[in-house]
Design a protein around this ligand. Structure first.
Ligand SMILES: Cc1cc2nc3c(=O)[nH]c(=O)nc-3n(C[C@H](O)[C@H](O)[C@H](O)COP(=O)(O)O)c2cc1C
Length: 304
């Protein structure tokens, strides 16, 4: 039975990865699950400099979901290389580095630094952050900025580039096309939804940042639809994510057109989720007589 898939030049032993920001830098989960059984480890977003993040409270549970406003806390490129890379580089599975910047030049510089490091599996560009030079416009919701940032990173590295798209657009196809045209090898779909919760006793927002990003099972049907739409628009592979907590969820994403998936919020309440998804995916394929997981990709029947 074949479970391996390709994301650009990168081969994953199975299509199940973890979503950036829900898995620390891998090492935090090393006592809880066998990291070497994953398709890949994806780390929390890293920019050039260290980032302290937002004041607390930074997370709040809502019905079937979570709203977070961590504020992209992170150690910066140097801190990451010093503190986490010695552990990650010894893993048998690839590390995908989720990265971001506040300008196009910063993205390119971070990409260059990780290219020079050697041994990185792929770079995942988080484009859901504001461009300071463009007055806070989000890279991922402005087609021109998106093309610029992907193009600049493409010039800066030969590593596989995965562009992580925002769901906060009217139609995802033009953004998927723009990322592909600018040289992205793959897409991750999707990031969190802007959201808010209020404590009715105090009349205060539940998060210190007031608003945050909604994730977890409540967003899954929206994510499946966006993957399906993007898959029809591009020829590059898609990593699907949004509310996956079982193999059935993952299979939906594959059928919608994803080549691989990522487990996110579920890691917080059941760290074994990703490995359970791999085991149950295998079981599903055995039951259905499917020899190759790639048979599932885009296999949804939308015609009559
Ligand atoms: C606490 C938290 C932190 C996150 N941090 C990042 C991040 O640093 N970079 C990024 O691209 N996505 C980040 N995400 C988004 C996830 O990677 C993923 O796209 C999203 O959570 C949807 O998947 P899920 O519903 O399975 O959690 C974060 C999500 C959560 C819940």
């Amino acid at each position: 039975m074949n479970l391996s898939v390709k994301i650009g030049a990168l081969t994953l032993q199975n299509p199940v990865t973890v979503a950036s920001g829900t898995f620390g830098y891998g090492v935090e989960y090393a006592q809880l699950i066998d990291l070497n059984q994953l398709g890949a480890v994806v780390v929390k977003g890293i920019r050039l400099e260290r980032v302290r993040g937002n004041p607390t409270p930074r997370t709040v549970e809502v019905t079937s979901g979570l709203i977070n406003a961590i504020g992209l806390q992170g150690p910066g490129v140097d801190g990451f290389i010093r503190k986490y890379w010695p552990f990650l580089k010894e893993l048998k599975v690839p590390t995908i580095i989720n990265m971001w910047g506040t300008t196009v030049e910063e993205y390119a510089e971070v990409a260059r630094r990780f290219d020079a490091l050697g041994g990185v599996g792929a770079l995942e560009l988080n484009v859901s952050c504001p461009n300071l030079k463009a007055g806070g416009a989000q890279f991922g919701t402005d087609l021109n900025l998106l093309s610029q940032v992907v193009g600049a990173c493409r010039k800066a590295t030969k590593l596989p580039l995965i562009t992580k798209l925002s769901p906060n657009v009217v139609s995802i196809a033009p953004y998927a096309n723009a990322a592909e045209a600018a040289g992205s090898d793959a897409l991750s779909i999707m990031n969190s939804f802007p959201a808010m919760a209020i404590d009715i006793e105090t009349r205060r927002p539940s998060l210190a940042n007031v608003t945050g990003g909604l994730t977890g099972p409540c967003i899954k049907p929206i994510a499946v639809k966006l993957v399906w739409e993007a898959a029809k628009a591009v020829n590059i592979p898609i990593i699907g994510m949004g509310g996956i907590q079982s193999a059935a969820d993952a299979i939906e994403f594959l059928m919608a057109g994803a080549t691989a998936v990522a487990v996110g919020t579920a890691n917080f309440y059941e760290p074994q989720t990703a490995l359970q998804v791999v085991a149950d995916l295998r079981q599903f394929m055995r039951q259905k007589g499917i020899r190759d997981v790639r048979e599932l990709i885009g296999s949804v029947r939308t015609g009559k």
